[in-house]
Design a binder for this molecule. Structure first.
Ligand code: AGP
Length: 619
């Protein structure tokens, strides 16, 4: 969940490392640090944002044309300067930055302490540094060779098998100036190829502006970087195959522009984003959608009898909507699984089942592991993903990219509506191979193509939502209620509020309230009702009355000009009238804006909420 960057070349390393790590700050922002080699190792660390580290190096700059840098999401040890990376091993023989979790660090730590090694931090990572340093000291290589880079590579190679868990790590040593050794198991690591310089990073966004040529390290690979060389090795330090990819995104993709926060920028990008998610995939002649990357021929597609959708967080909520869409348009059974649970359960899975992993980042450890487990058991895996070159995108059998562009705000918004749009198209694709008629397919494609303008109209509720946020931003609890397609939206609305405003919130199927949660209702606990026109409108209205009857304030998200709700709710946000299967797209915007404005009024850090990170690369 942390971010790491490395640079070796002819230029000053410090500014390149700081700019790169600032681009990775969405991966964790508890503390940061960097180290360069300039004769000896120089280290600077700071608690908090990269901006704090910048302040320190302004007065105490680091010289050197090679170095490593890190921004932390704490897994082991408090948020302190001592626990910030890089960690030194062997009294400064090596410096290590690490993204991942070493599960057996406690055992290794005790073994190293028994050898008299003193630890300065509470982290799992410091164990790696001392382990590599100890292998460097005891290098079996002949004296000549012992002095060369091979000694460092060999020390890393010998240390890795002792580590149980996940890592993306980078190592430098004053004994080997301008050399960076990196290694990957489970956590992402990308090598950036330059001219007389080379880069290393947790993801390619740190390389923007420096190079478009990248190599994605596979598990159990080691890389050795120097200004004029970039070697990719296997676990035995033998040369390994490395495919060079060209990055798509261009500088400026990740700029806020005139928006105060990435989140609000990404909310306003949604009309164009769903246009991009549909682009090139609509086949109006056949009233269906086409996908070039599923890697299933029409015969295989027809034989699919069941889908398992697995994901985490907001992507899991998109999967719950996918379940409704496939049941309605493809008449196919769908199971939706939390990836963190699914990966350790051992459900009997019938033949002709495909497993669909839904993920914005493509690096979520639980979703990656759930897909690997399914692949091991012979299921065809499909990834619905936003990041080209991510681990999940590279490991699944087939996939669909969202084309939503970089999503920087930790709270997912545009990726979610892009996921729902792609799932709708996929359901039509499967449906048109089964029972979905030409007319029905054509109607869905027409209704979907109208959505970008409908979302532009929906964004006009902004000021109304901001006004309602002013009324409720002080509450301690909030309930979100919806039914059918809108139950997952109740979960999503609650998650958005929780993650950026830190208000406790729960999403429920509206009718479930009577079975217990209604006990939470009082005049200080507002309920957000998702009640646009539809098949269960009357039912939801009865649920709304039940809350009103107990004095609970009601904020209703309802269809434009619905006077009935207007008479009952305390506050109302109007959304355009759309078919039920498209209501998740229109209700997403007021839910996102409500969370945004409440968090803003509470002075919360919108784009980097406490305790969170954009991609969760550890279990
Ligand atoms: C959503 O706003 C959160 N950032 C989080 O729940 C996220 O959806 C989850 O971690 C899954 O991430 P992914 O889509 O990148 O796999």
């Amino acid at each position: 969940m942390c971010g790491i960057v490395g640079y070796t070349g002819r230029r000053d390393a410090q500014p390149i490392l700081l700019e790169g790590i600032a681009r990775l700050e969405y991966r964790g922002y508890d503390s940061s640090g960097l180290a360069t080699v300039n004769g000896k190792l120089y280290v600077r660390k700071a608690v908090g944002r990269v901006a704090e580290l910048r302040k320190i190096v302004q007065t105490q700059p680091l010289a050197g044309t090679s170095g490593i840098c890190h921004t932390r999401w704490a897994t082991h040890g408090n948020v302190t300067e001592a626990n910030a990376h890089p960690h030194l091993g062997g009294d400064g023989a090596v410096a290590v930055v690490h993204n991942g979790v070493i599960e057996n660090y406690d055992t290794l730590k005790r073994e190293l302490q028994a050898q008299g090694i003193k630890f300065k931090s509470q982290t799992d990572t410091e164990v790696i540094a001392h382990l590599i340093a100890s292998f460097l000291d005891s290098s079996p290589l002949p004296p000549g060779e012992g002095l060369g880079v091979r000694a460092l590579v060999d020390a890393v190679r010998r240390a890795l098998p002792h580590l149980k868990g996940t890592y993306g790590l980078a190592v430098i040593s004053p004994r080997f100036p301008n050399v960076i050794v990196g290694a990957r198991l489970g956590s992402p690591l990308v090598v950036g190829l330059g001219d007389g310089e080379n880069f290393l990073a947790s993801d390619a966004s740190a390389l923007v502006g420096h190079t478009k040529r990248v190599i994605y390290l596979e598990d159990n690979q080691i890389c050795v970087l120097a200004p004029e060389r970039a070697d990719i090795l296997d676990a035995n330090a033998a040369s390994a195959h490395a495919e060079v990819h060209t990055l798509e995104s261009a500088p400026g993709d990740a700029d806020r522009g005139d928006f105060e926060h990435f989140m609000i920028k990404e909310i306003y990008e949604q009309p164009e984003v769903i246009e991009r998610a549909m682009a090139g995939r609509l086949d109006e002649a056949e009233a269906t959608a086409h996908f070039g990357g599923l890697n299933l021929d029409p015969q295989q597609l027809r034989q699919v009898e069941r889908l398992i959708m697995t994901a985490c967080g907001t992507s899991y909520h998109a999967a719950l909507i996918g379940e409704h869409l496939f049941e309605q348009f493809a008449r196919m059974p769908v199971e939706v699984e939390y990836a963190s649970e699914f990966r350790y359960r051992n459900p009997p899975i019938e033949r002709n089942t495909i497993v669909v992993g839904i993920t914005q980042s493509g690096e979520t450890a639980d979703t990656l592991a759930a897909l690997r487990e399914s692949k091991r058991k012979g299921q065809h895996t499909i990834g619905i993903c936003n990041v080209v070159g991510s681990s999940i995108a590279r490991e699944v059998d087939g996939g669909v990219f969202l084309h939503a562009g970089p999503e920087i705000g930790v709270a997912s918004t545009k990726a979610f509506t892009a996921q729902v749009t792609v799932l709708t198209l996929l359901a039509v694709h499967f449906g048109r191979m089964r029972h979905l008629s030409y007319q029905a397919g054509a109607r869905i494609l027409n209704e979907l193509q109208a959505m970008p303008d409908i979302l532009r109209a929906t964004l006009k509720c902004h000021d109304q939502v901001a006004e309602i946020a002013r009324k409720y931003h002080h509450v301690a609890n909030m309930l979100y209620l919806g039914r059918q397609y809108l139950f997952p939206m109740a979960l999503e609305g609650a998650l958005k509020l929780k993650e950026i405003s830190y208000i406790h919130a729960e999403g429920y199927p509206a009718a479930e309230m009577k079975h217990g949660p209604i006990a939470l209702v009082d005049e200080n606990t507002p309920s957000v009702f998702l009640v646009p026109h539809g098949n269960v409108y009357d039912k939801v209205m009865s649920n709304l009355e039940e809350i009103k009857a107990r004095g609970g304030p009601v904020i209703a998200i309802a269809t434009k000009d619905d006077v009935h709700v207007e008479a009952k709710a305390d506050d109302i946000i109007h959304v355009p009238s759309v078919p039920e299967y498209l209501q998740p797209l229109v209700t997403a915007i007021p839910l996102q804006l409500l969370a945004y404005h409440i968090a803003l009024l509470r002075g919360c850090d919108i784009d980097k909420p406490r305790n969170l990170a954009k991609s969760v690369t550890v279990e």
